[in-house]
Design a protein around this ligand. Structure first.
Ligand SMILES: Nc1ncnc2c1ncn2[C@@H]1O[C@H](COP(=O)(O)OP(=O)(O)OP(=O)(O)O)[C@@H](O)[C@H]1O
Ligand SMILES: [Mg+2]
Length: 358
């Protein structure tokens, strides 16, 4: 039986993202001039958007897309990152997905014996593609998966910064390849940006959670988007879901599942309670974390200086904030250097933690 014929009471929706898709389309239709960083909170739809963008484009234009999902390909490779980056074809072959760089046995041997320059090997392939009238596109998704490798030793760090400088040469200088780097960890993205001295060599684009009108369109048309026929939502109920989780896809989906069997007030109350519990668990006995999150009772967003009056040692502050970003409690927007809770539900969780309500 084909997958399309399987019967479910709820299907995965895709809510149109015209603005974002058009932005990416404009970007790809211009000669590459800088590295393109896509950032945005956890699960805001960055990866899905990239796939939705590439699918029709690959039918319309001659493209060669090298899509590296660092979570899938490299997370467990530790110190072998250097080798893995170049030899990804071996890894991909096992998964029967398209070859990454075309490296034959002789070049591979030379690379491993350090008798060939890996950057020259990559550039040669990009040049060959453009000569054939094919636009090369290199996508590095889930950059945060490199964080551990990056900080593990100087060799890795130097390789990664050299790689980004090579990306600058390929984009800003040679205008050869579109390079897109996506991540939900704005702190790590900022570290790579600063260490590799990418000022004026990179462009940033934020992919955020859905806007209110898109959420309302989805929730008021459940049959159309999620093929849910068992219940409908009123405008007031849809508004309550928006107030609880905002435009976070995964959270909306969880709530829609709960609504098959439970009344909405109860579902939303328990959801907020769950997030409060997560905040409580994350803070544990560390009162410094509590003091940081307390700032968001009064502020929507905060700069690092806004945490200073909380009396936390300045030396500890950066590390604590980074930990909150890494654990997806806070989001760090690298373009404005501001921190804020990952989504509406986290704001509820923080508020209820301090009120000790529900
Ligand atoms: N436009 C959309 N409409 C409906 N659901 C979506 C849409 N975009 C993403 N989703 C869903 O939201 C979830 C998160 O999407 P995705 O993995 O693309 O986010 P991400 O920003 O790449 O996450 P991460 O921060 O972990 O990299 C997925 O389950 C996906 O199916
Ligand atoms: Mg992703």
């Amino acid at each position: 039986m084909s997958k399309d014929k399987l019967e479910y009471r709820k299907y995965t929706a895709f809510i149109d993202r015209q603005t974002e898709l058009q932005y990416l389309r404009n970007y790809i239709n211009e000669e590459p001039e800088s590295i393109f960083f896509i950032h945005g909170p956890k699960s805001s739809g960055k990866t899905t958007l990239l796939h939705k963008f590439l699918e029709p484009l690959q039918k319309e234009q001659k493209l060669n897309v090298k899509f590296m999902d660092l979570c899938e390909s490299f997370a467990n490779l530790g110190e072998d990152f250097f080798k893995a980056f170049l030899m990804a074809d071996d890894l991909d072959m096992k998964k029967k997905t398209p070859v990454f760089f075309k490296i034959d046995a002789a070049v591979k041997r030379k690379l491993l014996e350090k008798r060939a320059d890996p950057f020259k090997v990559m550039k040669a392939e990009f040049l060959e593609l453009t000569r054939e009238g094919i636009k090369p596109v290199l996508i590095i998704d889930e950059l945060q998966a490199l964080e551990e490798i990056y900080f593990a030793n100087d060799k890795n760090r130097l390789f990664i910064t050299a790689l980004f400088n090579f990306f600058v040469a390929l984009t800003k200088q040679a205008h050869l390849v579109h390079i897109i780097v996506a991540s939900s960890d704005g702190c790590f993205l900022n570290t790579v940006y600063n260490d590799s001295r990418l000022k004026k060599c990179a462009a940033f684009y934020k992919v955020d959670y859905l806007a209110k009108h898109d959420v309302m369109r989805w929730l008021l048309n459940l049959e159309k988007y999620s093929k849910i026929t068992a219940y409908r939502l009123t405008e007031g109920e849809a508004g309550k879901i928006w107030d609880t989780v905002g435009g976070s896809f995964g959270e909306i989906r969880d709530i829609l599942t709960e609504l098959f069997d439970n009344p909405i007030e109860e579902v939303l109350r328990l959801y907020k309670k769950k997030i409060k519990g997560m905040i409580e668990y994350y803070i544990g006995m560390d009162m410094r974390k509590e003091k940081i999150l307390e700032v968001f009772l009064k502020k929507e967003t905060a700069h690092i200086k806004d945490f200073i009056p909380q009396g936390i040692e300045v030396g500890d502050l950066e590390g604590l904030l980074q930990d909150m970003v890494r654990n997806n409690i806070l989001y760090f927007d690298p373009t404005e250097a501001i921190y804020y809770p990952q989504g509406k539900s986290y704001r509820w969780g923080i508020r209820l933690y301090f009120e000790q309500g529900i």
